[in-house]
Design a protein around this ligand. Structure first.
Ligand SMILES: Cc1cc2nc3c(=O)[nH]c(=O)nc-3n(C[C@H](O)[C@H](O)[C@H](O)COP(=O)(O)OP(=O)(O)OC[C@H]3O[C@@H](n4cnc5c(N)ncnc54)[C@H](O)[C@@H]3O)c2cc1C
Ligand code: SF4
Length: 574
């Protein structure tokens, strides 16, 4: 490992930070990556082959292991020890964090769908929210490179919600499961199409990563590298260049600035000693996750940046968005008692339902503005602590029902686009600090009628499809009760949004902050909107594109030339 002075400090080793480190080190720049969590080696630590019955409570989630005993997250979850956050009165927001090398990529769902032109230019269509400061065509080649590097399985569907990848980029998807085929057949009667999900899972070997063998839950982590996580791909690749130093247990407290207000480096707490350390570097990239990067900026206020660093627009912490979420499931009688066979696959859904309503929305036939998709559930999966299917009784009779219903419950998980609104944002709690004395994030949250109406539409549609499959669904919950809590889908983005105008955004299209040319944000904070498609593929694609742009600026000495004015940046002078 090189011990040279870093040109770039990156904060965070998850999807955004690791991709930035990969690109910059490949381009020959010296990078120091600071990670608040501990080191993590998926090859030796992944409980890949552990079964639920080997754990207490059949591996059910507990407050210290929210997603089950064998979930790959270490030192994280809805609550992180020593690192509280708060919600303002009347608000409830859930914030999932992971404190480990690789961040949340060690256990994410790996759903990896491209955004489309629809998604980048929503405001131009319906006047709501914000457009992104570039066209789909600008980012398409970077999606191609990211998909090829990360390894994404799926197909080109020809649907207007799913832009195609070039021939040979996508790996073949696994075959659809029987319950998914039944959903597809029923949905087709309504003019709705189910297609292979795109997942960052290898179905063919890539580099030194093996292909999926369809046997172990991806949420446990994937020691063989088939399910993408930065700890088995981008980080080892970046280390192999000799240009990357990684420092774990380094909790960044603030970005440092000089008397002119220019960024000089960062201050972090060494969690092992509790000591504060200062580092200098020509460039700082924040990729600590959307809300954590915004927290660092707000905590980096100084006389030159009184409202927080890079916050002359007042937009840091604002525009907080998550995906909408709601679930509906039912027992499908025709699937009861079917012959047993292995239906494991790559754990998650093999088919999903992309958004089909763009044209109906253009014709103003729907009463909500943005789309959603359905992630489908239904298969012979490993028995867990919970059984579904409206069971009655106990003893032998109960067991018979469990056996009969095994693999016969089909579920629809809605994931939809929310619009930014003035009630959804984060700021700094003036009264609460974490273990290291760093002021914590405080969340404010309220869904708007757009999201509530969208969820109502989703519940109605899911019920229609399930009914066509022969299920008895019963009365639907009210959408305001069915919609999951803010943050619960773990797609929080938007708190340092990018834009074409420094008055309304925190960064330009390259993730470069308008106020400080040597300070970048490369996580989901920069999202101008939060399309219904899961955010991480786009976080990585933007990080690759923007780190590549930064590389070029460094190579030509542009960023060392001082701090150009925001107006120069807006005109693309540098
Ligand atoms: C269970 C689960 C399922 C998910 N499924 C999907 C999915 O299917 N598809 C999808 O697109 N997305 C999914 N997500 C979301 C996805 O994980 C995140 O969008 C993605 O990881 C965000 O990348 P990031 O780099 O911004 O943040 P992270 O991956 O969270 O990485 C940030 C890193 O920064 C570190 N850090 C934070 N603060 C500091 C600090 N002050 N100093 C130093 N380091 C710091 C953290 O410890 C962490 O390692 C899922 C998430 C979870 C938890
Ligand atoms: S199912 Fe495949 S991708 Fe998922 S953990 Fe197992 S081998 Fe890895």
């Amino acid at each position: 490992m090189s011990t040279s002075k870093p040109t770039v400090i990156i904060v965070g080793s998850g999807a955004g930070g690791a991709m930035a480190a990969y690109q910059l080190t490949k381009d020959g720049h010296q990078v120091l990556l600071l990670e608040a969590g501990r080191d993590y080696d998926p090859k030796t630590e992944t409980p890949m082959f552990r079964r639920n019955h080997q754990a207490p409570l059949m591996a059910a989630g507990t407050p210290d292991k929210d997603f089950g005993y064998f979930d790959a997250t270490v030192d994280g979850g809805w609550q992180v020890p020593d690192e509280p956050y708060t919600s303002a009165e009347g608000s409830e927001f859930m914030w999932w964090r992971a404190r480990m090398l690789g961040g949340r990529t060690n256990h994410w769902g790996r759903y990896a769908l491209r955004f489309s032109e629809h998604d980048f230019k929503g405001k131009s269509r319906d006047g709501l929210g914000a457009d992104w400061p570039f066209e789909y065509a600008d980012i398409a080649p970077w999606y191609d490179k990211t998909e090829a590097l990360v390894g994404v399985c799926g197909t080109n569907t020809g649907l207007d919600d799913m832009p195609p990848s070039p021939e040979g980029v996508l790996q073949p998807p696994p075959v659809a499961r029987v319950p998914e085929l039944l959903v597809a057949a029923a949905a087709k009667k309504l003019g709705i199409t189910a297609v292979p999900m795109h997942r960052a899972v290898l179905t063919r070997p890539l580099d030194n990563r093996a292909a999926c063998f369809y046997a172990t839950p991806c949420g446990h982590g994937c020691a063989i590298g088939a399910a993408f996580q930065t700890t088995t791909s981008l980080l080892p690749m970046a280390v192999a260049t000799g240009n990357l130093q990684i420092q774990t247990n380094a909790m960044v407290k603030r970005v440092d600035t000089n008397e002119k207000g220019q960024v000089t480096g960062v201050t972090y707490i060494d969690k092992k000693t509790g000591q504060e350390q200062q580092l200098v570097a020509p460039v700082v990239i924040l990729a600590a996750s959307a809300c954590e990067s915004a927290r660092i900026l707000l905590n980096s206020a100084s006389s030159k940046h009184p409202n927080g660093l890079a916050n002359s627009s007042g937009q840091v912490g604002k525009n907080l968005m998550d995906s909408t979420g709601a679930n509906l499931s039912a027992l499908v009688p025709s699937l009861q008692g079917r012959p047993r066979y292995n239906e494991d696959g790559h754990t998650a859904n093999h088919l999903f339902i992309p958004w089909w309503g763009h044209q109906a929305q253009q014709r103003k036939e729907l009463n909500f503005p943005r789309g959603y998709h359905f992630e489908l559930g239904g298969r012979f999966s490993e028995p867990s602590a919970y059984v579904s299917g409206n069971l009655q009784g106990y003893g032998k009779a109960l067991k018979q029902q469990v056996t009969e219903n095994y693999g016969a419950v089909v579920s629809f998980a809605l994931r939809g686009e929310m619009l930014p609104n003035e009630h959804c944002y984060m700021d700094i709690d003036p009264k609460v600090t974490d273990k290291w004395g760093i002021p914590v994030a405080r969340f404010h949250w309220r869904w708007s009628e757009h999201e509530i109406k969208q969820v109502q539409h989703g519940l109605n549609t899911a019920k229609e499809i399930l009914t066509l499959m022969g299920a008895t669904v019963g009365e639907l919950p009210k959408p305001e009760d069915a919609i999951l809590k803010g943050g619960q889908i773990i797609h929080e983005v938007g708190t340092t949004r990018m834009g074409a105008n420094p008055k309304e955004s925190v960064t330009n299209q390259w993730g470069q902050t308008w106020d400080c040319p040597n300070l970048f944000v490369m996580d989901g904070g920069v999202f101008a909107s939060n399309p219904h498609k899961n955010c991480t593929l786009t976080i990585m694609t933007l990080a690759m594109r923007n780190a590549s742009w930064l590389s070029k600026q460094l190579n030509t000495g542009q960023l060392n030339a001082g701090a150009p004015k925001a107006s120069q940046l807006a005109q693309g002078v540098i």
